[in-house]
Design a protein around this ligand. Sequence first.
Ligand SMILES: NC(=O)c1ccc[n+]([C@@H]2O[C@H](COP(=O)([O-])OP(=O)(O)OC[C@H]3O[C@@H](n4cnc5c(N)ncnc54)[C@H](O)[C@@H]3O)[C@@H](O)[C@H]2O)c1
Length: 377
Amino acid sequence: MSTTADSPAGLLRGAVVGLGMMGRHHARVLQTSGVVTFAGAVDPEGDRHGAVRDPDAVFPTIRTLLEHGRPDLAIVAVPTEDHLAAAVELAEAGVHVLIEKPLAESPERARALVDAIRTAGVHGAVGLVERCNPALIELRRRVQAGQLGQVFHVATERLGPFPARIRDVGVVKDLATHDLDLVGWLGGGVTTLSAQTQHRMNRPHEDLVNVVGRLEGGATFTTMVDWLSPTKVRQTRVLGERGMLVADTLTADLTFYANGEVTSDWDSMRSLRGVSEGDVTRYALSRREPLLAELEGFVALIGGEADPQAVTLEEGLAVVDLAEAVLRSAQSQETVHVLPSRGTRPDAGTGHGSGAAGNAGGNPAPSVPAPAAGGPR
Ligand SMILES: NC(=O)c1ccc[n+]([C@@H]2O[C@H](COP(=O)([O-])OP(=O)(O)OC[C@H]3O[C@@H](n4cnc5c(N)ncnc54)[C@H](O)[C@@H]3O)[C@@H](O)[C@H]2O)c1
């Protein structure tokens, strides 16, 4: 049986549960990062993508992984509807868990998951990995430093073909959870939203969503996400009084479109366009792998570091609430109002009296405090 005491330099031992499209990348990072030592992988289907160097480190169940030597941390990358069972089993065994987004397929199960992690006294975080994208980190830093002046609008687009393996959730919970998290992270929490969806692939869940809403700071936002487009687009734009920052998270590029200083003589054109085109600057960024940054942030959280780069369970829960609010809005055709905590308000709606939101409680704060640094063993 392996333990942390056996691992080089006392590094934490990290495992991955689920060796699918996402888990295989976590397996690669866990084996190469130097931040942790690799404690093994779990997948009942085995290592279909050839992600694990040592075949003896692949186990069919969490129980067999634990019997081989309990890891300090595990990344849960099983299908979304299986997150709860896997995370609870690991947490109850004393393993810190980084859970892929979305936390769960419903607010109720996401809350049950957070409660179980709190009760077990281990650390938890959520794999909303876009927050570790270098272009978005730099975009946010520049917005917060005031480069754009007042922020008017945040827009995200996440378009592309359907990945046929996803059966348990629709595009809102699978993909738009990234966007619902990002708009709040960049522009302040979501206060209202209104959504439209499309079902074009004859599946039980939606395959396109368009969301429009407002953020706490007064800016508006739009989010367009689909599984219907024949090309992949991953773009986030923040428009402000001095120009626009555009992040392409596929290429990790960040570009600034400044408002022009030189005014045009063509008055009709000026009034149509509002601003003139100015200089365009593409920033040179150091491109660190987001999954590695995410793992480092989780290790820092476990180590008790102040303000680690990790998405908290409460933030993950809030995004599941927002996704639910998006689906309710699309179904009811009403605007949903969201509390500052980003839980949805039970009496929300457009004033038609039907209560488009309906989330009991709304506030995702768990009843049990977070564990101390390092967590109990
Ligand atoms: N952060 C991101 O950008 C991102 C990207 C893709 C997927 N994800 C998330 O990662 C999770 C997995 O998605 P995916 O695309 O890799 O799915 P996938 O279907 O490709 O892989 C899931 C794997 O989990 C395995 N599995 C099922 N039950 C298991 C269990 N009880 N224990 C261990 N393994 C089990 C399956 O055999 C499969 O190999 C989902 O929650 C998804 O939303 C996140």
